[in-house]
Design a protein around this ligand. Structure first.
Ligand code: LIP
Length: 301
């Protein structure tokens, strides 16, 4: 299949980094059983993969800026182009030997994502898109799923976990999960935002949402979903996905309905907080020393 020159550069970089990660995954599997675990090794693998991607991209387009998860932002001489790169999205999966992670590369031109590559080296699945040219998985055209009934839909999400996410985020996610459980046929949490978005583009997931993400988790996936005919926005329904770090994606119906459910969940979470604050104020006013601290403790969950 014929790709543009710049997409070929991105594919080459993803393949090279992916090959290195696949070799490293074998090592990670051995290190699982060691007392020290594979932590340091994975950090080094992540950095190596970013270096490979950066080097490969810089060879072809030396002036472009670069934003990577590991090395941060590097300005280029060309002010209109920037690579946004996650060399290893799904680090926790990788660390545990779970073969669901990706090298994700996006090209931004004058603030808009114009090309995207997301590659899972473990199963050799390569997702690519260019603005206006459609989205492809291993050279086959992909489209978002056509399902309209929430009760038939399988939806992906990302959830706050140990060391990640504020108390507010945790509280909201409890209501979001409950809403998803009430309405959808299935809820999945795979641990790699770039692949979740690629899977929405490929019609495997009917919809997906996650908060608290970074630009490199999101950039390529936004274009993949749009080029596959899907809708993607921030959780407020706007276009500030990268700036706000939250995302909702699906076909038009799923996207709209998921946004609605998330708004309702946010209201319920706010009401819980107000309720706890009122009860706490009452207990302080009535001088009940038992009730106040206990309720304040509940707020922290
Ligand atoms: C993960 C992100 C991933 C997201 C997960 C998690 P990890 O972090 O990279 O994209 O879906 O919720 O936050 O595993 O790479 O540290």
């Amino acid at each position: 299949m014929l790709h543009s020159a710049v997409l070929n550069v991105m594919i080459k970089a993803a393949h090279r980094a992916g090959r290195a990660l696949k070799r490293d995954l074998g090592e990670v599997e051995k290190l699982q059983v060691s007392l020290k675990g594979p932590g340091n090794f994975v950090t080094a693998a992540d950095r190596r993969a970013e270096e490979i991607v950066r080097e490969e991209l810089a060879k072809a387009r030396p002036g472009y800026g670069f934003l990577g998860e590991e090395g941060g932002a590097r300005a280029g001489t060309d002010q209109t182009h920037r690579w946004i790169v996650d060399p290893l999205d799904g680090t926790t999966n990788f660390l545990h030997g779970i073969p669901h992670f990706a090298v994700s590369i996006a090209l931004e031109r004058a603030g808009a994502i114009v090309a995207a590559v997301t590659y899972n080296p473990a199963n050799d699945e390569l997702y690519v898109a260019e603005r206006g040219k459609g989205a492809f998985l291993n050279d086959q055209r992909i489209r978002v799923a056509a399902r309209r009934r929430l009760g038939d839909a399988v939806v992906g999400c990302g959830l706050p976990h140990y060391g990640r996410g504020s108390a507010e985020h945790l509280r909201a996610s409890r209501y979001e999960i409950a809403a998803a459980q009430r309405h959808f046929a299935g809820l999945r949490r795979y641990g790699s935002a770039s692949l979740d978005l690629a899977w929405v583009a490929a019609g495997r997931l009917d919809a997906y949402w996650e908060r608290n993400l970074s630009p490199w988790d999101l950039a390529a996936g936004i274009l993949l979903v749009r080029e596959a005919g899907g809708f993607v926005s921030d959780a407020d329904g706007g276009d500030a996905i990268i700036a706000k770090g939250h995302v909702v994606a699906g076909n038009d119906t799923m996207h709209r309905e998921l946004l609605r459910l998330l708004r309702e969940a946010a209201k319920q979470a706010d009401a819980e907080l107000d309720d706890a604050a009122i009860k706490s104020a009452h207990s302080r006013a009535s001088g009940n020393p038992e009730l106040g601290p206990r309720l304040r403790g509940d707020e922290r969950t």
